[in-house]
Design a protein around this ligand. Sequence first.
Ligand SMILES: *Cc1c(COP(=O)(O)O)cnc(C)c1O
Length: 381
Amino acid sequence: MSAGPPILQKDPRASYLAHRAEIDAAIRGVLEGGRYILGEQVAAFERELAAFVGVAEGVGVASGTDALELSLRALGIGAGDAVFTVSHTAVATAAAIERSGAVPVLVDIDEATLTMDPQSLEDAVKKVAGDRAVARPRAVVPVHLYGHPADMPAILDVARRHDLRVVEDCAQSHGARLDGRATGGWGDTAAFSFYPTKNLGAVGDGGMLLTADPTVAGRARALREYGWRERYVSDVPGLNSRLDELQAAILRVKLRHLEADNARLRALAGAYDRALADAPVQRPARRPGVEHAYHQYVVRTPQRDGLQRWLRDRGIGTAVHYPQPVHRQPAYAGRTPLVVSLPRTETAVREILSLPLYPELAEAAVARVAEAVRSWTPDGG
Ligand SMILES: *Cc1c(COP(=O)(O)O)cnc(C)c1O
């Protein structure tokens, strides 16, 4: 067992320190500029992230959850509509669907990538379509979980055949690509989160809706500010969900480093892959054509809790994303339509463990984590 200082699972402070001079200058610029909400920093960041993803429009909002909710509302989805997503996700995904007024319908995941299984989606859409008592199938929210893109060609095929709008949950996939196309560039809209530990993280809350459709973007811009058509004239009942200038200025700095940060994450994930090749855990899968953003490096073992304790005793921080699927959460249990059981989801949540991973993590730390995993014995440990 290699002793050493504690290793954090995520370390947003390290990201600040890595870009400190640029971030400090950006903050000072905003403070001295005197415009603090929806100003030139937000407008520039909207353009820059949209260009990075390869779509026309960006709408800065207060969180990733709001970006999902406003996506659905701007697409005209609400009460009486069914929106399909996975149960294996941040509860925010389902919460945003409910806040739009729609009913979340939860489907199972693919065994290898732990992202939405297109066949489970198809089955659920057919069931809902055959039982209009539940709701009308209107949209699907695939989640690019852990930075691995969902199977977008297959999901878009189901969506096309059943006339579903597609809202990508990109909260964990900034910079991930599938067949050369960025996540966020596949659906009708995409929702990004800038929660501090995400690949592109603010120093507070923030989010953005991206879309190629200027009409949808215009609706979202109105909705984020009281439904204003023009100042003080509300066309529709909206809300207050604005991105502030400080976060936008900091995020513009971090966006310039995102590709290099993601390359570093891929290098560290490769180091984990090699060092864990003969370890008693299952390593994360990566499908052909995928440029992974490695928001998390997630291993699997049926004796997950034992491994987590073993690592904690050695000063190594880990996390479980997420310990309960949405349909087992107290807030949702028993009232998510159609869910009898989601077997692959339920097995996965018992086995997953997110190892330490962030761009500033040292190779030596990765080696120490991998060594600790290799020295663990599932039954005796
Ligand atoms: C973080 C996250 C969200 C929510 O983003 P917030 O900015 O925290 O509201 C939604 N979906 C997924 C998959 C996430 O990881």
